[in-house]
Design a binder for this molecule. Structure first.
Ligand code: UGA
Length: 435
């Protein structure tokens, strides 16, 4: 099967490489000639564990190629995936669909023979209808079926999520397209991954409802964490106590500094906007968005309190900048608002992140960067763990204490046991554990 992936960003690249690994013949297309040149030369523009090896193996096997020539790639394809960005539109929070619609037009101009056009980008309900309208208007002769097939890939674990999915959701109303999509996912289908066929609109909503529910779940446990601190309870035990109930489940109940990333903040906001447009507001998600936004800056106040109430002229070391580990993605990372709040209060910030520093430099001003956790902590009045990278899970406390000015550790991801840190003579603050 010949697959063309329009958009060689995060989703396009991971999906393209995985489809090639299933044995399909895949070309990833992008308008950015620099990106395509880099990919052809074997350079992967994003950090995602395992992706470089997967791309290299499939390129070597002749199943994966890169191109800027959308016309040829669309003409030759059985399936064309649209995997372009849908950023929040500046000003109103709606998803910006101009790249999706632009791709739809270009596909329509070039299709030949029956072609399944699949939207993988995260798009609001009704976008598939508009994609189909645009394509039929651009080329009334085109023999196409427009399908919705949202992605559920977590950054840092994307390849595993693609190859071992909880489910694959496919929204369509065309039997020929159903056969093509079953064939595209054949290896997963044979492994009995649930392949859920729905209507296009339902499929589009499943994507937003999934992300919104997960964001809600995180926000719920974060509020429980605040309450735990007030009433003298332990949020990790609360999470375990409720998560063992099969109806609730243990995942996405880790309290922390608030969710960030390229998906939850954007998708929750877009769902809120869609729901308002349809006069069916989703108040729980409106509240989730507001609570999460407030939380990031509140973490700044928590740090200031842990340091004694005044950080003016103090040096704070921040460990971890990306919105989660195993990515270099800084989009909507809680670290941004936390550092801003500390700087506003007069603190000097020195930061270290294993992969995120280049991106952080573009987003945060006035920060000194170090090349490891101990260099960052030299002369620091406090160390704050913002992102739970594995290398921060086994810090050498003796060494840390020696280089720091004062032994104060604020752990916003609860990666340490309070007794353990206290034993080393640290003042320790974590989240939702009334220690
Ligand atoms: C998320 C979803 O998990 C994917 O299923 C989805 O496909 C993707 O968005 C998307 O729409 O493209 P991702 O943003 O990569 O994936 O990262 P998550 O692992 O979901 O984490 C998101 C944020 O929630 C991070 O800031 C993380 O630290 C935070 N989080 C997560 C918590 O604070 N607590 C938790 O228990 C889990």
């Amino acid at each position: 099967m010949k697959i063309t992936m329009i958009g060689s960003g995060y989703v396009g690249l991971v999906s393209g490489a995985c489809f090639a690994d299933f044995g399909h013949d895949v070309t990833c297309v992008d308008k950015d000639a620099g990106k395509i040149e880099a990919l052809k030369a074997g350079r992967i523009p994003i950090f995602e564990p395992g992706l470089d090896g997967l791309v290299a193996a499939n390129v070597a096997a002749g199943r994966l190629a890169f191109s800027t020539d959308i016309a040829t790639c669309v003409r030759e394809a059985d399936v064309v995936f649209i995997a372009v960005g849908t950023p929040s539109r500046r000003g109103d929070g709606h998803a910006d669909l101009s790249y999706v619609y632009g791709a739809a037009r270009e596909i329509a101009e070039n299709v030949s023979g029956f072609t399944v056009v699949v939207t993988k980008s995260t798009v609001p309900v009704g976008t598939g209808d508009e994609v189909e309208r645009i394509m039929r208007e651009t080329n009334p002769e085109a023999d196409i079926a427009v399908v919705s097939n949202p992605e559920f890939l977590r950054e840092g674990a994307a390849i595993d999520d693609f190859k071992r999915p909880d489910r694959i959701v496919v929204g369509l109303d065309d039997e020929r397209a159903r056969a093509v999509m079953t064939e595209a996912y054949r290896p997963l289908y044979l492994n009995q991954a649930p392949l859920l066929f729905t209507t296009r609109r339902t499929s589009e909503l499943i994507k937003y409802a999934s992300n919104a529910f997960l964001a809600l779940k995180i926000t719920f446990i974060n509020e429980m964490a605040d309450l735990c601190e007030k009433v003298g309870a332990n949020v990790q035990e609360v999470a375990r106590g409720i998560g063992l109930d099969g109806r609730i489940g243990p995942k996405f109940l880790h309290a922390g500094p608030g969710y960030g990333g390229s998906c939850f903040p954007k998708d929750t906001l877009a769902l809120v906007k869609t729901a308002q447009d349809y006069d069916s507001p989703v108040r729980l998600i409106e509240t989730t968005v507001a609570v999460n936004d407030n939380r990031k800056r509140a973490m700044g106040r928590k740090i200031i309190h842990a340091v004694g109430g005044d950080v003016r002229g103090k040096r704070i070391a921040v460990l971890g900048l990306t919105f989660k580990p195993n990515t270099d993605d800084m989009r909507d990372s809680p670290a941004i608002a936390i550092i801003q709040a500390l700087q506003d209060a007069g603190a000097a910030i020195v930061a270290y992140d294993p992969e995120g520093i280049d991106n952080a430099r573009k987003l945060i001003e006035g920060v000194d960067y170090a090349d490891n956790a101990y260099h960052a902590s030299e002369g620091a009045d406090a160390v704050v763990i913002v992102t739970e990278w594995n290398q921060f899970r086994a810090l050498d406390f003796t060494r840390l204490k020696t280089v720091m000015k004062a032994p104060i550790l604020i752990d916003l991801r609860n990666i340490y046991r309070p007794e353990e840190v206290a034993r080393h003579g640290f003042s320790y603050t974590s989240v939702g554990r009334a220690d």
